[in-house]
Design a protein around this ligand. Structure first.
Ligand code: ZN
Length: 471
C-alpha cells in the first residue's frame, strides 16, 4: 500500500484514488520569463518520482502541469520609475520582443531541461493564455454565489465568505488580520478586506497583455490573477475533485490556499484529496538569490562539466520533504557515484530472474512516502551483493523505472560512460583560486590558473563563479 504525507491533514495516509486504477495529478508549473532554476527542478523531480511510483504500483496516471505564460502583476508607475512590473512584460520590454515570444522561448528551454533530467512528459502542459475564457467562467460563478465582488473592473475573492479559508496553510482569517495589520504593503487599497485577493485585474493604461472581460470599461481589458489559472485548468482537465496536487512548499500560501477557496467556492466540492509539497533547496546553506549570484540553472551545471543526470541522482539522496542543501562538492559526489554505478553495470550479464528479497524492500521504501534515500541505499546493497550479475541487472532495471537514471542504456553498445570530466584536484584548485580572487590576490590567482591549464582545463570567470572547460 502506497502511503503519502498529506499537507492538508499533516499526516502520512494510505493513498486511495477516486477511480482506481486512474490517478490524476496536478502540478503547478513554471512561470516562463527566464530559465527555471534547480530549486524548481528539485520540486518537479519530486513530482516525477511520485508519478513513476504510482505507475510502478500499477496506477494509470494523468499528469497535468501548467505553463504560466500570462503576466499576473500590475505595472505601477512608468518606465524606470515603476515600483512594480510584471516580470514577463519586463523581459519583453528589455529584449524588444512580445510577452508571448518571451514565454514561448523559456517554455521551450524548460521542456529541454526536463528532458535532460529524464522527467517524464506530463500528459498535458496547458498554457494559462489558452484558458482565459475558462477562468472568466469560474469568476462569473463566484460572483453569482456572492463569493467575489467587483470594484472598478477588478474582481476580488471575498475571503470572509469562505468558511474553510486557512485549512491548508493554517493562515486563518483572525491570524491573517494580525499579520496584515503588521505589514500593510499592499498596493490594492480598494478591496473590502486586506485578506481578499484578486481574481481579475483591470489593465493599467498601455498594458501589453490583456483580454476582454464582462467587467470594467468595454475597451479597457484586464488580466487574470495567478491563482485562478490553476483552478481553471485543474477542473477542466481533471474534474472538480482531484487525487493529488503537488508544488513547492513556498506555494502553500497564498497560492494553494487561494486555489482551494476558488475551486471549492465554485464547485461546492472538495478540490484535492492529497496535497504534496516539496522542501526548499538551499545553495551552500543559503537561500538562492540573484543578488548573491547563487541561482543555478541546468545549463550552469553543464557549463561546469556536470551531466544533468547527476543532479537527478543528487535529489534522490534527500527525502522530498526535507530541506536540501546543494553544493558543488555534493554534486561532484553524486556524479562520481552515478558513474561508478554505470561502470559496474557495463560489466554485467544481460538481465535474467531478479532478486525477490531486494525487490520487496525497494517497494516498501518507495511506498513509504517516497523514501528515495532508503531506496538508493537498497540499490547499492544489491550492487555489492553476491547475487549473479544477471539477477542484479533484472532487479536494478526494474528499480530504474522509478529512479529514472536511464541505467539500461549503459548496456547498449552506443552508450559510453564518460569519466567525470573534472577531477577533484582541479575542483579544489578552482575553489582555492576563487578564494584568492575574493581576496583580490590576482597575481596568485593567475598563477593558479596556469597550473589548472597545465592539467588540461580552462578556468573562465563569470558572475556566478568559474566555468570550467576541458582544453
Ligand atoms: Zn498553481
Amino acid at each position: 500500500m502506497l502511503r503519502l504525507y498529506n499537507t492538508l491533514t499533516r499526516k502520512v495516509e494510505d493513498f486511495k484514488p477516486i477511480n482506481p486504477p486512474q490517478v490524476g495529478i496536478y502540478t503547478c508549473g513554471p512561470t516562463v520569463y527566464r530559465e527555471v532554476h534547480i530549486g524548481n527542478f528539485r520540486t518537479y523531480l519530486g513530482a516525477d518520482f511520485l508519478r513513476r511510483i504510482l505507475e510502478y504500483n500499477g496506477f494509470n496516471v494523468t499528469h497535468i502541469k501548467n505553463i504560466t505564460d500570462v503576466g499576473h502583476m500590475r505595472h505601477v508607475g512608468h518606465g524606470h520609475h515603476a515600483v512594480q512590473i510584471d516580470p514577463i512584460i519586463k523581459e519583453a520590454l528589455d529584449q524588444g520582443k512580445t510577452p508571448m515570444d518571451i514565454a514561448n522561448h523559456y517554455a521551450d528551454l524548460f521542456f529541454k531541461d526536463e528532458n535532460k533530467l529524464n522527467i517524464k512528459k506530463a500528459t498535458k502542459y496547458p498554457k494559462a493564455s489558452d484558458h482565459v475564457r475558462e477562468m472568466i467562467e469560474i469568476i462569473k460563478i463566484l460572483l453569482k454565489k456572492d463569493l467575489a465582488y467587483e470594484i472598478d473592473g477588478t474582481i476580488y475573492f471575498n475571503v470572509k465568505k469562505f468558511k474553510n479559508y486557512g485549512k491548508l496553510s493554517g493562515n486563518t482569517l483572525d491570524k491573517m488580520d494580525k499579520l496584515l495589520k503588521a505589514v500593510r504593503v499592499s498596493v490594492e487599497t480598494d478591496k473590502k478586506d486586506s485578506a481578499d485577493f484578486a481574481l481579475w485585474k483591470k489593465a493599467e493604461k498601455g498594458r501589453l497583455m490583456k483580454w476582454q472581460s464582462p467587467w470594467g470599461p468595454p475597451a479597457g481589458g484586464g488580466f487574470p490573477g495567478w491563482h485562478i489559472e490553476c483552478t481553471a485548468m485543474s477542473i477542466k482537465y481533471l474534474g472538480d475533485t482531484i487525487d493529488i496536487h503537488t508544488g513547492g512548499e513556498d506555494l502553500i500560501f497564498p497560492h494553494h490556499e487561494d486555489e482551494i477557496a476558488q475551486s471549492e467556492g465554485a464547485s461546492g466540492k472538495k478540490f484535492v484529496n492529497y496535497w504534496l509539497h516539496g522542501g526548499y533547496l538551499l545553495v551552500d546553506n543559503e537561500k538562492m538569490s540573484r543578488s548573491k549570484g547563487n541561482v543555478y540553472t541546468i545549463s550552469d551545471l553543464e557549463k561546469k562539466g556536470y551531466d544533468p543526470m547527476s543532479f537527478r541522482y543528487l535529489t534522490l539522496m534527500t527525502h522530498y520533504r526535507t530541506k536540501m542543501n546543494f553544493t558543488f562538492d555534493a554534486l561532484h559526489g553524486a556524479q562520481t557515484a552515478l558513474n561508478r554505478l554505470r561502470l559496474d553495470i557495463e560489466t554485467w550479464d544481460k538481465p535474467k530472474i531478479g532478486c525477490a528479497e531486494y525487490e520487496e524492500r525497494f517497494l516498501e521504501a518507495i511506498n513509504n512516502d517516497l523514501n528515495m534515500p532508503e531506496a538508493l541505499s537498497i540499490v547499492w546493497e544489491l550492487v555489492r551483493s553476491d547475487y549473479p550479475t544477471s539477477a542484479k541487472a533484472e532487479s536494478l532495471f526494474r528499480f530504474d523505472e522509478v529512479l529514472g537514471l536511464n541505467l539500461k542504456q549503459v548496456q547498449s553498445s552506443k552508450f559510453k560512460v564518460k569519466s567525470l570530466e573534472i577531477p577533484q584536484k582541479v575542483m579544489d584548485m578552482i575553489k582555492e583560486r576563487e578564494e584568492l580572487r575574493r581576496q583580490k590576490r590576482y597575481h596568485l590567482a593567475d598563477q593558479l590558473r596556469n597550473k589548472i591549464k597545465k592539467m588540461g582545463y580552462n578556468a573562465i570567470d563569470t558572475k556566478k563563479g568559474t566555468d570550467i572547460k576541458k582544453i
